[in-house]
Design a protein around this ligand. Structure first.
Ligand code: HEM
Length: 402
């Protein structure tokens, strides 16, 4: 097997839409990722994606962002505001845990912080299993922890959520419930399985576990990176604070610019299913591997300009490029949560009072509005357990800066 590497933006774009290249980044993480949407290929992937896409529609994202999310956000942040401080990573996981559980279809019946905490602990273990390829820990040890966590997850969360949905689906089939009154989540869609695709209980368990970790980890880290970039940018020029606080559309640009610099997955891996030529020097035979450096590609000077390595929310990009670059992927596996987390890109006709900003911008906005700033006595720490550039902790304080 030959291993190719590229950080060319255009080559990566062409690879991500190529049907002869199969997902390979999660081959190490099979215990949790085997058979889940992100690792499927060809017809199987197309059918599963079509079925689950029913949950991920723009109109529902807008409703979620404007109607449901503000309440969850206020409830989750309130204890921290009272305390006067919080850790961004801890908060980010708590808030996104509820968000991804809603979309995945996992009920939190007790509605207690302890229950969210328990789910969170399980999901962090799933996440370590999925990204095993970048883990510095013993792979055997991580896999054992993942299997144990999957068991616990099934007993405490998945089974009760399934039972409730199965009852509702029976009521719907007996004309006692309207379709629009069924929960709108991946678990319900899979249990209904209207397209009759190949599924079994173990697969559903891994799929839901995948959804929980795919959405929460990336959202929590994106929020923290965005705030970090904004804190530094405002330190350089205090006038930037006014600009950000007065213009939410501009704040969304700041978030997109930070997403460009900090893609949740710094690389994408694909294996060729047959000979594939991507550019002059990348001629793959069957079963060759291509490692695509999304982090580097997102700083491609020909696309993002000479200062592509720095945070510059005033950056101009051509109309056919997204400011966040390849951060949400493109093509066959493009992220389902893109519009939910990133929102919609505004245009000259956008009404700021009714715009879909995306969950990450809403989180950042709330923390800035509450005068959150880095705790000078408690420096942020990077996560030493992974090669990914994640924060392990990021303490902040609320109130006027002293
Ligand atoms: C800032 C936040 C997020 C980032 C940066 C992100 C990034 C990505 C990327 C890069 C991929 C494609 C990976 C590849 O091509 O190998 C992806 C796929 C995916 N993402 Fe996200 N994601 C985010 C949030 C979410 C959320 C909130 C959800 C769900 C609630 C979600 C669900 C998914 C799913 C289901 C896929 C697989 C799609 C497929 O394989 O067809 N993501 N994400």
């Amino acid at each position: 097997m030959t291993k190719f590497e590229t950080s060319s933006y255009e080559t990566i774009k062409s690879a991500l839409v190529n049907r002869d290249l199969k997902q390979a980044l999660y081959d190490e993480g099979k215990v949790i990722m085997d058979g889940v949407l992100l690792t499927l290929h060809g017809d199987e992937h197309r059918k599963r994606r079509k079925l689950e896409h029913k949950v991920f529609q723009r109109d529902f994202f807008k409703y979620y962002e404007q109607e449901l999310f503000p309440k969850t956000l206020n409830e989750t942040i309130l204890p921290f505001l009272k305390k006067g401080s919080m850790d961004l990573i801890d908060f980010g996981y708590r808030i996104t845990m509820n968000l991804t559980a809603d979309f995945a279809g996992i009920d939190r019946v007790k509605k207690t912080p302890q229950e969210t905490e328990n789910l969170l602990t399980l999901v962090k273990t799933f996440s370590q299993g999925a990204t095993l390829v970048h883990s510095k820990r013993s792979h055997d040890e991580v896999n054992k922890e993942v299997l144990k966590a999957l068991d616990k997850f099934e007993k405490e969360f998945l089974s009760p959520s399934k039972q409730r949905r199965e009852k509702l689906i029976r009521e719907f089939k007996n004309n006692k419930l309207k379709k629009e009154d069924l929960p709108r989540d991946v678990l319900t869609i899979l249990l209904m399985n209207e397209d009759n695709i190949n599924l079994n209980n173990d697969l559903i368990k891994r799929e839901i576990a995948f959804y929980l970790q795919a959405g929460s980890h990336s959202t929590a880290n994106s929020m923290t990176h965005a705030l970090h970039e904004i804190f530094i940018w405002c330190q350089k020029d205090p006038q930037n604070i006014t600009k950000i606080s007065e213009d939410s559309i501009f704040l969304q640009r700041c978030v997109h610019e930070s997403m460009r610099l900090h893609p949740a997955s710094p690389v994408a891996w694909r294996k060729s299913q047959c000979p594939v030529s991507l550019e002059k020097n990348i001629n793959m035979k069957k079963n060759d591997l291509i490692i695509m450096d999304l982090h580097e590609a997102n700083q491609d000077k020909s696309i993002f300009g000479k200062d592509s390595h720095i945070f510059n929310p005033n950056r101009k990009v051509s109309k056919n490029q997204f400011l966040w670059g390849l951060t949400f992927g493109i093509g066959l596996h493009m992220c389902f949560g893109r519009d939910l987390d990133g929102g919609v890109v505004p245009n000259e006709n956008t009404d700021p009072s009714n715009h879909q900003y995306g969950i990450v911008t809403l989180l950042v906005k709330k923390i800035l509005n509450e005068n959150g700033y880095p705790d000078p006595k408690n420096m942020p720490k990077v996560d030493a357990n992974t090669e990914r550039s994640n924060w392990a902790s990021y303490p902040i304080i609320f109130g006027e800066k002293k």
